[in-house]
Design a protein around this ligand. Structure first.
Ligand SMILES: [Zn+2]
Length: 78
């Protein structure tokens, strides 16, 4: 599970919860799938979590995306 602050690839928005998601490796043998980020562990109410629902492509402005990454709350339990 990737961290949103470190992730360099395409970020989409999950149609079910409205939160960012990314395309990454699933459990070994299951290929790739759209899923939520490490920081969202206890912080998003998504029926598909840790996977994402329909991933909506975004036309991020580069600066805006950097800010989302910078301020995104990290709710992963310590
Ligand atoms: Zn979701």
């Amino acid at each position: 599970m990737a961290k949103i602050r470190d992730y360099q690839g395409e970020i989409r928005v999950c149609a079910s919860c409205g939160q960012p998601c990314y395309l990454g490796d699933l459990e070994p043998g299951y290929g790739q799938g759209w899923q939520h980020f490490h920081e969202q562990w206890d912080g998003v109410f998504c029926p598909f979590f840790p996977l994402a629902g329909t991933p909506l492509p975004m036309e991020w402005d580069g600066m805006a995306l950097q800010q989302v990454k910078a301020v995104y709350p990290d709710t992963y339990p310590m």
